[in-house]
Design a protein. Structure first.
Length: 628
């Protein structure tokens, strides 16, 4: 356990042999302009819990160990460079204290914050580092480049709603931001967050046999996630907004790396921000945590748009992850390579599909293009050619490979028992799996042993050998996400489920920023029709502080929310503040307590309200993934 086999050492050595790992140009860019670093080792929550520990990354130095793919090790050495960096006079980045990068632009009177990280604690520490180093200034603008939590979750660490309203601070986001942020974090948040624990290695120890980084960045901070609703969602390409004297030309990039995303150009600086559309890795068309499939064709087109519009007048390109690229010729080369890897994956997947190949055949056969073998920033440190090709196939043709036998195949648990019986029982399956492991065929070993575990999760030998197979696959993975997923799978088989690493998006800080309509949609996906204890009915909701009205049509199949209306047939009308409703949803206070405080009242049948609430399911977070 924790030791690379001969096959893994050979596989990693082969990677080192074929890639120019000695190229230091990225290290020059990643360390350029360092101004200061955090003095403290730990960033903590108010209760003392550690949100981020800088020294967790100290082991990543020198040559790669046998237990880490050498290409991934190089990437994580770069991701481990931390501190406040000057991109150019007036543009700065704080890197290495969360998964993402917080960019800071100097306006006429204050700081414009771009992507305030995942956690409010890391965002606050980053802003403090900026103020301590460059001089204290107020926050005069906030920009969310897209709808993923690591780019807005820390916003309450840099500003709050009272300050925004009092000083008229703009909070800008791309069109569709609010809906998309809620979809991933509340509608599908429980499932995505659970799988994110595996994808980001949140429960793994840091070290050469554990979590070394995600490829996209070091790790997820484990702090408080919040949300403040944007003051404007900016549409279009070339749309100009001036924030604190700084001109921004926004470029909509919806449907690429996120459902809602934009990039921007700063003409006063000759600087291009590519958000997460172009970073120093090949990204995901479909993430391991699960998300909507992304459009690689549109992704390549958007990059080509900024290449042609801004490539020849940009002295630097910086993004929401990794380090900048400096020099106009380098900017163009970088954007062209980024464009080409997404277009290549799209075009060649569709070409091969059109001649009858399935997603699995395509993923296995699609060769690395020269843009990947020649440029580290297009390598699969996060997304991979393998699973992105499958995602392109899924986007066009769905999840099915077209083979009749696989269309309505048995689910894994039912299939596993049949497989074990077919090979002659558990001992025979175990022997096959062990034999594959000994031969270094860890993919086949994992598949066979996974059947054994799903047929009988109490088979300790099968669990141990499956964990060992996952471990070697993790040690060989160039993608940080693949490595984390395999190694966390091995850990869960050996030690059971952890209670660390949950991404906290059901907090007050997050819920307060969710538009009421989206909050009702999030509640609708928690509705369990079989739990309804009475005949269907309608409920009216009236929010006294926001002036919003809603009807919930509670039926035998759905609890359908309708905004901006009231029903004459409603069996009850609940009048309350949005803040009181937040407490109710978060189970911070009971309805009885809220009513006793004079913050809510019910006209009609209060038992109908209780029937609706009682039918809202709260799913467990720690469900099984790597076993039945």
């Amino acid at each position: 356990m924790g030791v690379a086999t001969d096959a893994t050492r050979a596989a990693n050595a082969a990677v080192a042999e074929r890639l120019p790992l000695g190229d230091t140009s990225d290290f020059v860019d990643a360390t350029r302009g360092l101004l200061a670093q955090l003095k403290q080792d730990r960033i903590t929550e108010a209760n003392g819990n550690t949100v981020w520990q800088v020294s967790n990354r100290d082991f990543i130095e020198g040559n790669s160990p046998d237990t880490v793919n050498p290409s991934l090790w190089r990437q994580e050495r770069l991701n481990s460079e931390h501190g406040l960096f000057e991109v150019m006079d007036g543009i700065y980045q704080v890197r290495g204290y969360d998964l993402a990068v917080m960019s800071v632009i100097r306006g006429e009177t204050g700081w414009i914050i771009v992507d305030p990280l995942l956690s409010q604690e890391t965002a606050a520490a980053s802003l403090q580092l900026v103020n301590d180093t460059l001089g204290e200034r107020p926050v005069t603008g906030v920009i969310y480049t897209h709808s993923h939590g690591d780019h807005f979750g820390g916003v309450r660490g840099v500003i709050d709603e009272v300050d925004i309203e009092a000083r008229g601070v703009p909070v800008l986001a791309p069109v569709g931001f609010a809906e998309s942020a809620v979809a991933e974090n509340l509608l599908a948040g429980n499932y995505m967050s659970r799988r994110a624990v595996l994808m980001f290695g949140s429960s793994l120890p840091s070290g050469p046999t554990g979590q070394v980084g995600v490829g996209l960045g070091p790790a997820l901070a484990q702090g408080t996630i919040g949300l403040i609703e944007p003051t404007e969602e900016v549409p279009g390409r070339g749309t100009v907004r001036v924030i604190d004297g700084v001109t921004f030309e926004f470029v909509d990039a919806a449907g690429t790396e996120a459902p809602a995303e934009f990039m921007f150009y700063l003409p006063e600086f000759n600087a291009l921000c590519t958000a997460e559309v172009a970073t120093a890795t090949f990204h995901n068309a479909l993430t391991l945590r699960g998300a909507k499939v992304r459009d690689l064709l549109e992704w390549s087109r958007v990059i080509d748009y900024v290449l042609t519009e801004y490539g020849d007048k940009s002295d630097v390109v910086f993004a929401s992850h990794h380090w900048p690229t400096f020099g106009q010729e380098n900017v163009e080369s970088y954007l062209r390579g980024q464009r080409d890897i997404y277009r290549y994956t799209h075009d060649q997947t569709v070409r091969r599909a059109n001649r009858g190949e399935t997603q699995f055949e395509i993923a296995e056969a699609l060769p690395e293009p020269s843009v990947q073998t020649d440029s580290f920033d297009t390598r699969g440190y996060y997304g991979t050619l393998n699973h992105n090709a499958k995602a392109v196939y899924q986007a066009y043709f769905g999840w099915w490979d077209g083979v009749p036998a696989t269309f309505n195949a048995h689910p894994l648990e039912a299939k596993a028992g049949r497989f074990i019986k077919a090979v002659g029982g558990e001992e025979a399956a175990l022997a096959i799996g062990q034999g594959a492991f000994d031969e270094g065929d860890y993919r086949w070993a994992a598949e066979v042993l996974n059947y054994a575990v799903f047929a009988n999760p109490e088979n300790q030998a099968a669990r141990d050998w499956l964990a060992a197979s996952y471990e070697q696959l993790g040690f060989q993975a160039e993608s940080g996400a693949w490595r984390d997923y395999y190694l966390t799978g091995a850990q869960e088989l050996r030690l059971g489920l952890s209670d660390d690493g949950e991404v906290r998006t059901r907090s007050r800080e997050f819920v307060e920023g969710v538009p009421t309509a989206e909050l009702f949609n999030a509640l609708a996906v928690r509705y369990s029709p079989e739990s309804l204890s009475r005949d269907p009915f309608e409920l009216n909701f009236q929010f006294t502080d926001t002036g919003e009205d809603f009807v919930i049509d509670v039926g035998e199949a759905t609890a359908f929310p309708r905004p901006n209306t009231q029903s004459d047939d409603a069996v009850a009308t609940l009048t309350l503040t949005r803040d009181a409703f937040n407490d109710l949803i978060l189970q911070a206070r009971s309805f009885r307590e809220i009513a006793a405080a004079g913050e809510a009242s019910v006209e009609g049948d209060p038992m109908a309200l209780m029937a609706w609430f009682s039918a809202l399911e709260t799913p467990d977070f720690w469900f099984n993934v790597v076993e039945p």
